[in-house]
Each structure stands twice: as C-alpha cells, then as structure tokens.
Design a protein around this ligand. Structure first.
Ligand SMILES: Cc1ncc(COP(=O)(O)O)c(C=O)c1O
Length: 495
C-alpha cells in the first residue's frame, strides 16, 4: 500500500536549554517610563506572568543589556529587576549561564491530588463530560444485537480495531481535509489510551515533551508517570504564541509535542489556520512528533468545525503528526472509544505495543461505536444546541452573581476559563466543597505547581438550573470569605 504520509526518523541528539527573547518578554511587560519605581513594577509584572503560566519555569531570561534595550530603559533598572526577582525567589542565577525563572521555595501542588470520581451530592463541575441519553444507548444496543452472530464465531481479537470501524474513522479524516486510508487508523480505548500508547512507543524516560500550559491534566499526569520532562508553552485567553512555540521547538528539540488546538481544554481557544501551518513546519524542522488531540474538535458552537490539524501541512508534511480523537465528548465517555491517525508503519508498531497490554478493544463496544458514529449527523446538532444553552445560562449566572470575574465566551468546547482577579482558585475550590460544588482550580491544569492560581475552569456540561445553583453557591462561598492560603500556597508577590 502506498503510504500517504512519510515516516521520518527523529534526531534525539541535540538538546538545549531555552531562552526567552528580549523582544518576547518586553512585549509582555508594561512601559517602564510610565511607572515609578519602574524596577518594582517590572519585577512584579514578571513574577505575575510566571505565576500565571505565561512565562514558563526554567527558561533563561534575556541578558540584562538586551532587555534594557528592548524596554528602552537603563541597564541598572533591569539589574535591579533581576535582583528583586532573585530575592523573592522567582529567578536564580547560574554561574556564567544567566538568570533563569523559578518559583519561590515552599510552593506546593494545589488540587492536583484531589480525587476525581467521588460520588456525593455535590454539583460536579470538576469534570467536563456530558452524558448520553439512555434511550440512545439502548437503541444502539438493540441495533447491534443481530450483528453479533457474525462475530461470535471468530476469535474476536482485533488489535488494530474492527476493519469497518477503521474505514469509517479514516473516511471522517478524509472529509475533514486529510486523505486517510484505514491502515493509518488504530482504534483505541479513548484518546488518553492513544496518547499513552504513543508515548510508550516514541519516548524514553528523560525525553523532552513540549506541552501547553495549561493543558489536559490526565495527559500531563501520564507524562509524569512516563518520567518525561515537559517544557511548556503558554496558552492564554488570546490563544497560542507561535513565536514561543517555534523557538521552543528550535531550542529544546523535544521528542514529542502535545497540543489541543481545537477548543483547547481548559481555555476553550481555537488555533487559527496560519498558526497550525507554522507549527507543522517548525515541528518538521526540529524532527518533533506532533501529537494533536482532537477530542473536542467537533464541539464547534459558534464557528464551523475546524479541519483536522495535519491538513494544513505542506504536501508530504503530515508524516510527523499523530492525531488522536474520541467519542467521549461527542457521544459518551463511558464508551471508552477513541482512535489515532498516524503513518501506517507507525500504526503497525503501535498495534504491536497495544497487544502487549490489552490485546485489542471490545468488539461489542466497537459495534456500538459504529452505530453511534453512523448517527452523528442526527445526534450531534441537539448536543451542540444544549451546550449553547448551558453556556448562556452559565455566563448569565456569573455576570449576575460574581461580576468581578472575567472570561471570554469560547467558540466551542465544554468550559469557560475564568480569571478570578486574584490568586484564590485553590482556596475557593477547597471551600466550594463545603457549599456543595466540586470544582478544580486553575493549578490543576498547570504544568508546574503553584501556577494559574488566578484561574478557574467552569464546565457548562450540566443543565442550566444546576449551573445557576452552582454559581450561586460559589458566590456564597466567596462572600463568606475564603481561608487565608497556607504559607506554602500564598503567592509571593513582590511589593
Ligand atoms: C483534551 C482531552 N483529551 C483527552 C480526553 C480524554 O478522552 P478519552 O475519554 O477519549 O480518553 C479529554 C477528556 O476530558 C480531553 O479533554
């Protein structure tokens, strides 16, 4: 079979530290001419950017002279800024190798260890996962029953997935702009399974992986468990900074980069087409495998559903891209049904890897998936309409009850990414449980402990009345006062 994607070898040899460009940093900072004393304001701004995840940890800050030139200020001012950052624990210097970002000692992970999956009476805003109407599932089960006879007499082992399901998934990619044959598809038990298979095959402990900050926490956890070293690039409410992504790929040459370009979890951002093309080119140059998580791609609420990421590659340029997808958000997480698209040769290697762990997926589940994918044109529009209504209800309730929070309405996906105006997300999440709301603070989605304390992901996957009640409870928790964060958690503002 002619493989439409080229399989390229990856150079793991060159690894280097990362430097933040002086112009990149200056663009994020206020004008020193307008502040007195400038050095304090600048240091405070840099520490806030670090805490908010916009400046990654463990990157080298620009040389003092270069930053002074970019900011049109004196070298002495920048020296004072760096001194203050070092004193307050946001930077440290290495002999002869510059000044690097870090966090003050004593900061601990926030919320990361909170167990998901507890069943109690609290409104659950910790998960952004819609349910499936029981009747839809029951109908699908009835529909597959006559097909079972055709499978029952076979071995039932399909490490690549049922051939007819692979064909349907391949056809969906082709319709989304990327010609795909079934040999490029591996059916998996969800998108998370697809990611762990890929990491298991392509990465070794200690390898670098570029991730977004914030990102999907279970993906980050899988990387921690695989003992990979993450280098993060920021995603803010305005989206991605492609220059930073390009320079990170160039400077750190990661083995793999994991991105969620479609209605990013948790920010809701949608990556523009031109940025996709630039990232594809940059990854090709650094020999990095791109793992593109399209779990949320079909949840387009205000815009047309995006074409698949790799369709923006130059001809033959999709060979370094692995795309993962899932039915968990379009249909139901309980199906445990997902897939990946990769060069056919890689799919063969991944199938061998999955045989070593689970031999293959359940035939029954795959028949259900086939039936439900066949009905997606009928099932998806009402789901999107329901999400729009819930998003509207959540936004209205927040405006009414907690007007001091700010957020942007995401064009798709399942949640709002609220800015609380102060770093209280962990304290609020902890207190919210006493008021009957389970929710995770922004730190849960952060790549490093102590970051994104000012953010809260609020899913709109519950019915409108439940969302309104949840917001009322959060407002009451806030009004009653939050516990003072413990010293380990207290942000170390410079003032
Ligand atoms: C971005 C992203 N990727 C993967 C997953 C997990 O998907 P699955 O249930 O298919 O493993 C989720 C679930 O929330 C998600 O948001």
């Amino acid at each position: 079979m002619a493989d439409p994607d080229q399989f390229q070898s990856v150079d793991r040899a060159s690894r280097a530290g990362r430097t933040l460009g002086s112009r990149q940093l200056a663009a994020l900072l206020p004008d020193p001419a307008e502040m007195k004393p400038a050095y304090r304001h600048l240091a405070r701004a840099i520490s806030a950017l670090i805490l908010d995840g916009r400046i990654a940890l463990h990157v080298r800050l620009p040389a003092e002279r270069e930053l002074a030139a970019a900011l049109k200020t004196s070298r002495a001012t920048v020296t004072a800024v760096y001194d203050l950052l070092r004193e307050s624990g946001y930077a440290h210097s290495r002999q002869g190798s510059g000044t690097w970002t870090t966090l003050p000692e004593g900061r601990t992970p926030n919320g990361v260890t909170r167990l998901l999956g507890l069943q109690d009476a609290a409104i659950d805003l910790a998960r952004a996962a819609p349910g499936l109407p029981h009747s839809t599932l029951a109908d699908a089960l009835a529909q597959i029953t006559p097909q079972l006879a055709g499978h029952a007499h076979t071995s039932g082992y399909h490490p690549y997935g049922l051939p007819e399901l692979r064909a349907v998934i391949a056809e969906r990619f082709t319709r989304r702009g990327l010609a795909t044959v079934p040999e490029q598809i591996l059916v998996t038990s969800g998108a998370q399974h697809a990611l762990t298979l890929v990491m298991g095959l392509l990465c070794s402990p200690g390898d670098r992986v570029m991730v977004e900050n914030p990102s999907y926490p279970n993906a980050l956890e899988a990387m921690r468990r695989a003992r990979l070293r993450t280098v993060s690039v920021p995603v803010t409410e305005t989206g991605w900074d492609v220059e930073i992504i390009e320079s990170t790929l160039r400077q750190t040459v990661p083995q793999l980069a994991y991105l969620i370009p479609d209605f990013h979890n948790p920010t809701g951002c949608l990556m523009p087409r031109e940025e996709r093309a630039r990232i594809l080119r940059a990854a090709q140059r650094s020999g990095t495998w791109l793992v593109i998580d399209e779990t949320l791609a079909e949840l387009a609420l205000d815009v047309p559903a995006p074409e698949t990421f790799a369709s923006h590659a130059t001809p033959g340029g999709a060979g370094q891209t692995i795309t993962t997808g899932s039915m968990s958000k379009t249909h139901w997480g309980g199906l445990r049904m997902g897939w990946l698209r990769a060069p056919a040769q890689l799919v063969t290697e991944l199938a061998a890897q999955r045989v070593a762990t689970d031999m293959g997926g359940s035939v029954l589940d795959q028949l259900l998936a086939l039936t439900l994918l066949g009905r997606v044109g009928e099932l998806l529009p009402p789901r999107l309409e329901q999400l729009r209504e819930q998003r509207t209800a959540l936004a209205a309730a927040l405006t009414e009850h907690i007007p001091q929070w700010t957020w942007q309405l995401p064009p798709g996906g399942l949640s709002l990414w609220a800015d609380l105006g102060e770093p209280v997300a962990s304290a609020l999440a902890e207190r919210a449980l006493d008021y009957g709301v389970r929710i995770e603070g922004g730190g849960y989605f952060a790549t490093d402990p102590g970051l994104l304390e000012q953010r809260l992901r609020i899913p709109y996957t519950e019915p409108p009345d439940t969302l309104r009640e949840a917001v009322r409870r959060l407002a009451t928790a806030l009004a009653d006062g939050l516990p003072v964060p413990s010293p380990a958690r207290r942000p170390h503002w410079i003032a």
